[in-house]
Design a protein around this ligand. Sequence first.
Ligand SMILES: [Zn+2]
Ligand SMILES: [Zn+2]
Ligand SMILES: [Zn+2]
Length: 512
Amino acid sequence: MECLFEKYLGVKIKGTERNLKEVFARFYSSDQHTKLWLRTLLQQTQLKSNSKSVTLRLEGNKHYLQHNFGESLQCYTKALCLATYDVGLIMSNRSALFFMTKHYQDCLSDIQHALRHDLPDRIKLKLLIRQVKCFAILQLEVELKNALDNTINFLSTYACADRDKAKCEIATAATIKDTARPKSVVKQIPSLKANDSFLFAASTIRLNYDKVRGRHVVAKQKLEVGDILFVEKPFVFAPIFNEKKELSVTRCYNCLKLIYSSIPCQECIKCIFCNEECRDNSWKEFHQWECRGMQSDLWYHLGIGFPALKGLIKGLPSGFCTLNSSYEADTVKFGDELDNYPYFNKLITNLSKMDDIIPITIIACVIVSYLKEYTNFFKSISLAEYTSHELITLVGARLIKHVAQLQCNSSVICAKFNNEDTVYTAEELPSLACGVYPSIGMMNHSCKPNIKIEYFGQVSVVKAAEEIYPDKEIFNCYGIDYRCEDKKTRQEHCQQLYFFTCNCEICNVSKT
Ligand SMILES: [Zn+2]
Ligand SMILES: [Zn+2]
Ligand SMILES: [Zn+2]
């Protein structure tokens, strides 16, 4: 991407929310560099490869034997993403790993997937016996009886070399116990006493507006430490890639849930899902248009352009609705559970404060060219009132706007472990995804915030970090933790990223 930006070194474009269509149309019609850059990038495609998959599966087996369980899981899951026809075998190997590490539900899930594929009878029998063991350990009586009957039936249908030994093994499997089985403690997402006029916020707080502070959040009553103020699912989020251009192998691409017995995308080699439902939902909503780019690392290069595209796609069903109401009206009602796009689309952009919007325009141009040349996006969206040229301009302008909005309104979703599991967690990425939370985003910044944020998968839970008195403002810190930085650095961050001079409690008094 840097080399593409360099092509436009010295060129500057100023933008406001009003002139984005003209800005985009002019740039898009004269630009050649982004189209060439895109073509070159998309020529390098990483496809599924059974030979690479076999290598990884064998590496997974090696790690398994050495009890390097985290590495073993990584290898198996990557092998699964690359596989074209060994899926059953990889699932079978991974189920052994899950059994060994006492992840019995994951083990069962992999066994069930594996059994749908063609496998040698000998391996099938192994899997059926492992399944019996899992049900016995989990003390699921009905499932155990069915699995036991199935296994005995299967044994009678094939030429097993040592039938008596197998019978004995099945009988033992049915009585196996695991008294040291770890109890899975999944922390529940806290619930909220909902606010009728402020979506995802507690009834103890409200959205306010004045000319100096803009929209901001205040306490309606005295808040105690630990009081829950927001429980919000992001309007949209996009997973973050690591420096090897990979995504987490333990997080569902669609819902961000921690998942070990994942299934891969059927087309690309990067995305994993909890189950078929998550995979189908993701495909229908976004992935049918992203998957081709995923195969060429396009989204890795586009950074914040990726969640911006997802935001745009979310606006499709409502025809990219815009709210023209005032900020004051938001204090009466903010957010719409069924379609929150208009509220997302109303978040501030700071476009008119930017010296130059050429980098954002380039990103929008890459995405539009990609959607047009490599997907059926423009053919499949039906917004009858626009010609195809108008639609391209509209989408391009919206993308510029959404990128600008994401730059000043998005949060990094961090990994937070909700259970005692330490077997596989070594590989976890601290930053999982970039998401937008329109309601939480209404809080103003302070370098010394009075709240704390915790993540449960994609859900963000905001709690009061100190006592907050009625009518006092509730502040978030826009950076990771500005309290570790000196005043000068903090002020620079606020100015460069968010275009304001911080005047918070500690910036006002501290001399450093
Ligand atoms: Zn999922
Ligand atoms: Zn895919
Ligand atoms: Zn400050």
